[in-house]
Write a protein that binds this ligand. Structure first.
Ligand code: FAD
Length: 573
């Protein structure tokens, strides 16, 4: 029998993959296949409900990848969550819609990705967005925006939920952050994020359901005859046309091999294969297909198709800590929060700023060396350049370095959750076997570099200061986690570090495992998102994001995928 044939094959029907599927299939002359390991979860209330964050964790739709033991944090491993469903991780994420800082998207172009900067990405943020203006009553409860920042005719519904908390709570939280020197930020999605904000979410307000990538980008076009979705279908690897004699020696992928219901099949691509399996999977599909570091591939008896040592390197994530307070019930919380505070380094370090600044400045060389040594592949001097620019963003441009999210809940607890936005530590992800479904080696190296630890400590202290500052302090009583017996008010930094490293979790913002960068800087894809050494394989998902963003990832991933779809169309026009 003949294998089915499509013009484009998209591996992974998640956040990014469904954007590309929708846009490419707008042209009825081309055929598009999406191969997704998960299933349709339209009626799974853990997903659709706007108030059940976390309920889907650990269920069948969570890949729950496992990290290697974390050597700099007590050797425990971390659960790395990712969605296994049509819609991918957008099916169970926190729905936060917050973009990035202008300067950090501009950095992509400064490091050689022509055409990628804040101004050129903005039209794509807007193209993807269907912004639902807050109602008068939502405005009273803190929702704010500037119209010119938002798109109103895109597929992705963005707005505020009906069940927002009351005006009293938001004003108390806002005043408390104000007392700590933080202004209210009316529009955090315009490229400048410092301040307190009541952020919008990816929700469909009219139907009061989560807006995932499926609802936004797939279901409205699901009847297109030129768009096929293969569900419950796990892609193992790509297959290749024989090497040609062409001068550039580039290889062309001919199709993919996938397993469904225990049966292995092949489908073929006329034009391109787009990997959108997520940052903890796309690099593995490359390696299983013979694209990667030859030393790793040979160890698992995989023939080298393209020698590309940086596949799976440069893995970056953030670390999250939760603190809890008992509410004395005057918060009267019976709805959803959505309160984020973005702090810059001088907010967080205050009178210690100068000392911290000089310590970090003096450590950059060492950070780069430790990172290069841990990797064994990436270059020390290149990493040092990245770290210098990251240093500048933090200490000169004063981009936010910490995010604190305050969530009063109806159960009488208030959670104060925080993470460092711009950690320096980097790690890697690689295959462990030529069996594509085997667990990979994933090592983010959390807390490897001193900046990351000191940042988390200073943010923890800031979080506690927030809870002890009026007026918000009047609505809570005791700190229940960690509590003053575990971490006293005069705790040393060493005590804080010990507690933080024993209780943190991944922030789930993994990026850069197939980085968009020039090859000499450790890139895996070029500025058209094409994998080096190939003619027709692209990566479009969080893997390509070269440096961490201060926002949450999906808004930026939707924009990247919109731009990628235009690039693919332009090439074949
Ligand atoms: P995904 O959306 O994960 O898509 C990858 C798809 O590929 C999945 O559907 C997967 O099943 C499929 N796949 C994987 N391997 C294969 C294979 N071999 N064969 C076939 N299919 C395969 N971001 C925000 O902006 N706001 C938030 O509030 C927020 N909260 C988060 C909370 C959690 C718990 C997590 C895990 C992430 C959160 N993020 C948030 C981050 C954001 O959701 C993700 O970064 C983003 O959705 C990833 O998109 P992606 O396209 O890279 O991959």
């Amino acid at each position: 029998t003949h294998s089915p044939r499509y013009d484009y094959i998209i591996v992974g029907g998640g956040t990014s993959g469904l954007v590309v599927a929708n846009r490419l299939s707008e042209d009825f002359n081309v055929t598009v296949a999406v191969i997704e390991a998960g299933d349709v979860e339209l009626y799974n209330t853990n997903i659709t409900s706007t108030s059940k964050y976390g309920n889907a964790f650990g269920t069948a739709i969570d890949w729950q990848y496992k990290s290697a033991p974390q050597a700099y944090a007590g050797n425990a491993s971390q659960v790395l969550r990712a969605g296994k469903a049509l819609g991918g991780t957008s099916d169970f994420n926190g729905m936060t819609y917050l973009r990035a800082e202008t300067a950090q998207i501009d950095l992509w172009e400064q490091f050689g990705n022509e055409g990628w900067n804040w101004e050129s990405l903005m039209p794509y943020y807007k193209k993807s967005e269907y912004f639902q203006e807050p109602t008068a009553s939502q405005v009273l409860r803190g929702a704010s925006f500037e119209p010119e920042t938002h798109g109103t005719s895109g597929p992705l519904a963005v707005g505020w939920t009906e069940d927002m908390l009351n005006q009293e709570i938001v004003s108390s939280i806002n005043q408390t952050f104000g007392a700590l020197g933080l202004p209210f930020n009316k529009e955090p999605n315009a490229g400048s994020m410092r301040g307190f904000t009541v952020f919008p979410k990816t929700i469909d307000r009219a139907n009061n359901v989560r807006e995932d990538a499926g609802r936004a980008y797939y279901w409205p076009v699901s009847k297109r005859p030129n768009l096929d979705i293969f569900l419950n279908s796990f892609v193992e690897r790509m297959i290749w046309h024989p090497a040609s004699n062409s001068k550039d020696n580039k290889r062309s992928a001919s199709g993919v091999v996938f397993v469904a219901n225990g049966t292995r099949s092949t489908i073929l691509a006329n034009r391109e294969i787009i990997l959108s399996a997520g940052s903890l999977r796309s690099p593995l599909v490359l390696e299983q297909s013979g694209v990667g570091n030859p030393t790793i591939l040979k160890k698992h008896d995989i023939d080298v198709v393209v020698d590309l040592p940086f596949v799976g390197e440069n893995l970056q994530d953030q670390t999250t800590t939760d603190m809890f307070y008992a509410s004395n019930n005057s918060t009267n919380a019976t709805g959803a929060g959505g309160y984020a505070a973005y702090f810059s380094v001088d907010d967080v370090f205050a009178e210690d700023f100068d000392a911290f600044n000089s310590t970090v400045a003096a450590s950059i060389k060492q950070y780069a060396e430790l990172t290069a040594n841990a990797s064994g592949v990436i270059d020390r001097s290149v990493t040092e350049r990245f770290f210098r620019s990251q240093y500048d963003l933090i200490f000169k441009n004063k981009l936010p370095i910490s995010e604190i999210i305050v969530t009063p809940s109806p159960t009488g607890t208030v959670s104060v959750e925080y993470w460092g936005l711009l950690p320096f530590s980097r790690g890697s992800i690689h295959i462990n076997s030529d069996n594509a479904s085997a667990q990979a080696s994933i090592n983010p190296n959390y807390f490897m570099l001193d900046y990351d630890v000191r940042q988390q400590i200073a943010t923890a202290k800031m979080a506690r200061r927030f809870a002890n500052t009026a007026p918000f302090s009047m609505s809570i009583s005791d700190e229940t986690t960690p509590g003053l017996s575990a971490v006293p008010s005069n705790a040393s930094d060493a005590d804080w570090a010990k507690w933080l490293k024993s209780t943190y979790r991944s922030n789930f913002h993994y990026i850069s495992t197939a980085a968009m960068l020039p090859q000499e800087l450790g890139g895996v894809v070029d500025s058209n998102l094409t994998v080096y050494g190939t003619n027709n394989v692209r990566v479009v998902d969080a893997s390509v994001v070269p440096f961490q963003v201060c926002g949450h990832l999906t808004s930026t991933l939707y924009a990247i995928a919109e731009k990628a779809a235009d690039m693919i169309k332009a090439r074949h026009a």
